[in-house]
Design a protein around this ligand. Structure first.
Ligand SMILES: C[S@@+](CC[C@H](N)C(=O)[O-])C[C@H]1O[C@@H](n2cnc3c(N)ncnc32)[C@H](O)[C@@H]1O
Length: 376
């Protein structure tokens, strides 16, 4: 297949522009950003490279087509007209998932079954089969998404979500999704030559993602993807993408990254996760409460996701944490501080007005990402 393909990198609400930057950095063009997704053109190798490299996207889908449909007949015929045989092998297992919003075709189970029938019918003809498909081979997850009568048909290439890097063997309280942690880092202008500290490290997600970014290690290097099983994306394509990732990794880049937490158990978990990520000696871990934090250089980056104080009785404790942090950091004006919290009066407790604020979702919780830029 030499003609360009279209890929969809799905993004959590608010992270679309960051995913777009990553897609651009991978060298892809004709990038369109929409709510929750970034669509771009690539060649076949883009499936492997996007899955391996995108740090902030949720998953990578192959866009089969988009069209309007107002009846099941239209949905069937348009689906059947697509070259599914170029992607799905004769013995492929086809699983159709769906969603529909503000559309004439609102029954999702019916849409799923029509799409499945259309694909099966197309494949039976293309492979000259008189009997039913065996469906004993590689897995193909097809998504039919209908919004205001516009149908999007795509094939999931990732398998499990891209936040599953494969290193999280343990988790502390309220861990960040790895994709969000990577986004928090990319929203700063930290570069690997600078000090980075996460004083509320929990399972270590921010320091681990920072170390992967710092050494330019592809976040998907240690996991598998659905499309690796497909004949249509040959193993040589995956091998080349893995070789490229190996070549681009800069294991000699020194790093000064520390993760600390009040909880002994969290620090043990963070250490285990870093070990699993292959970053054993690269990050310093320390059990410490934030009020004991003393920056060891006059310039650096603090990135953290402290407790939000949602539970009854926690409010005073988190206010004290924010006050302590603000007090400490006021003596270090060259440090840039980035705090994500859902606590509304954060700036008041911290004692300073943020240079910039950005709304971000941590799962379903709306938060603000408070950014205090250090003096040059
Ligand atoms: C929302 S969790 C952080 C999750 C982390 N980003 C992750 O991905 O696992 C907040 C963390 O702050 C820690 N914490 C609570 N009070 C603290 C304090 N006074 N000083 C330092 N850490 C504290 C908790 O133990 C918890 O691990």
């Amino acid at each position: 297949m030499s003609q360009p393909i279209k890929l969809i990198a799905t993004a959590a609400m608010g992270l679309e522009s960051i995913v777009k930057n990553e897609v651009k950095q991978l060298g892809y063009e004709n990038i369109q950003t929409e709510n929750g997704r970034v669509i771009y053109e690539s060649d076949l190798s883009g499936i492997a490279r996007s899955n391996l490299w995108l740090r902030t996207a949720d998953r990578v889908k192959l866009l089969m087509d988009e069209f309007n449909a107002y009846s099941f007949e239209e949905l069937f015929e348009q689906t059947k007209s697509l070259p599914w045989e170029e992607w799905i092998s004769k013995d492929g297992f086809i699983h159709v998932v769906g969603k529909s919003h503000k559309s004439k075709l609102y029954s999702v189970p019916d849409c799923q079954s029509i799409v499945k029938k259309a694909i099966v019918s197309r494949l039976q003809e293309a492979y000259s089969l008189t009997s039913r498909l065996e469906e004993s081979g590689a897995r193909y997850k097809v998504e039919v998404a209908i919004l205001k009568d516009k149908v999007t048909l795509s094939l999931d290439t990732s398998g499990s979500g891209l936040h599953k890097r494969g290193y999280r063997i343990g988790q502390g309280e309220a861990p960040l999704k790895e994709t969000l942690a990577a986004a928090l880092i990319q929203l700063t202008n930290w570069s690997p030559n600078h000090t980075l500290v996460d004083p509320f490290t929990g399972s270590g997600t921010i320091p681990i993602e920072a170390a992967l970014i710092g050494q330019n290690i592809a976040p998907g290097f240690n996991r598998e993807f659905s499309a690796e099983e497909w004949d249509s994306v040959s193993s040589s394509i995956w091998d080349r993408a893995l070789e490229e990732a190996e070549d681009l990794a800069n294991y000699d880049q020194p790093l000064d990254i520390t993760g600390s937490d009040i909880s002994h158990q969290s620090i043990e978990i963070a250490e285990q996760n870093a070990l699993e990520a292959g970053l054993a000696d690269l990050i310093d871990w320390k059990q410490m409460q934030v009020s004991d934090f003393v920056p060891k250089s006059d310039k650096g980056y603090l990135i953290g996701n402290p407790p939000y104080g949602e539970r009854l009785g926690d409010k005073e404790a988190v206010e004290k944490i924010y006050q302590d942090l603000g007090h400490i950091m006021s003596s270090y004006p060259k440090w840039s501080v980035y705090i994500m919290t859902a606590y509304n009066d954060f700036e008041k407790q911290y004692g300073h007005k943020a240079t910039k604020k950005r709304k971000l979702f941590n799962g379903f919780i709306q938060t603000n990402y408070y950014q205090f830029f250090g003096k040059k």
